[in-house]
Design a protein around this ligand. Sequence first.
Ligand SMILES: Cc1cc2nc3c(=O)[nH]c(=O)nc-3n(C[C@H](O)[C@H](O)[C@H](O)COP(=O)(O)OP(=O)(O)OC[C@H]3O[C@@H](n4cnc5c(N)ncnc54)[C@H](O)[C@@H]3O)c2cc1C
Length: 278
Amino acid sequence: MCYVGLDLRHLGEEVINRKLPFIRELAHKYVGIDPLSDLIPVRPAVHYTMGGVHADIHGRVLKADGTWIKGLWAAGEAASISIHGANRLGSNSLTECLVWGHITGEESVKYAIEKPELVTDDSIIEIAKKEESRVFDKLIHKEVNANTPYDVKRELNDIMEEHFGPFREGSKMSEGLSKPLRLLEKAKSMRIDDSSRVYNQNLKDALEADGMVELGLVIGLGAYARAESRGAHYRLDYPKRDDTNWLKHTVAYLYGGEVQLTYVPVTITRWKPEERKY
Ligand SMILES: Cc1cc2nc3c(=O)[nH]c(=O)nc-3n(C[C@H](O)[C@H](O)[C@H](O)COP(=O)(O)OP(=O)(O)OC[C@H]3O[C@@H](n4cnc5c(N)ncnc54)[C@H](O)[C@@H]3O)c2cc1C
């Protein structure tokens, strides 16, 4: 195997222990190596997922028509309150996790204390029951040779890197669009080795992998449709920003296994959008 490694060996034990004890601890915990004698493997990682669940300033999850999906809230990296534009700068998670963690938490508790009527819509109850049965009856009892969540995640990594990486191109993306869809089928029959119902990390990893494949599909379709470059979305075949056609948010919905893209306007207040010049 060939990899890029960070070499700290020349610093020696005394300097590493005094100045970089946390780095040594992390290298040991995560990859089982000691930087005194080994290189720390450098790996690409997703720093942050831009966009997210369409939510308003109170953390309420919205439909494309701006109405609230009653009783549903989102905060943190999962949510898109739309305060950042398409760009992502450092420390924005602080705003999302602390400010909207607080606001959304408070608002949802207030709502729960008001004792809202329970959902009685049969179709929603039916969906919830199906999901419960998928998770607890099907995922946990899969045959031995099915894919693990880790196989699914690795394959998704490869698809996203090959077709929807930082420098995107229409033809390469169109080649890759069907791949997350096929992977979604594989994700449906993942194998969970841990069958407990309490603190089951393996099950959590499966649910997370499942969500990541759906997200990969949405990212792919949204990026392919957006024929311009904006913020971190860079298209080699459309290198310019196109405010006439694309100054709008993409909102995607999954209906019956199919992703539908819709668009909502961008609210611009004090800070007008400007071309990135660095
Ligand atoms: C390498 C790196 C460096 C970063 N550096 C900075 C920085 O310097 N400054 C900054 O502001 N931000 C930084 N970020 C981003 C910041 O860390 C995240 O945006 C923030 O931690 C997100 O917090 P969260 O609680 O919203 O989500 P998370 O911490 O991602 O928590 C979500 C949880 O939900 C679980 N989950 C997912 N799906 C399911 C499911 N279906 N069922 C049950 N559980 C599920 C996940 O396992 C996870 O535990 C960095 C991120 C990375 C990866």
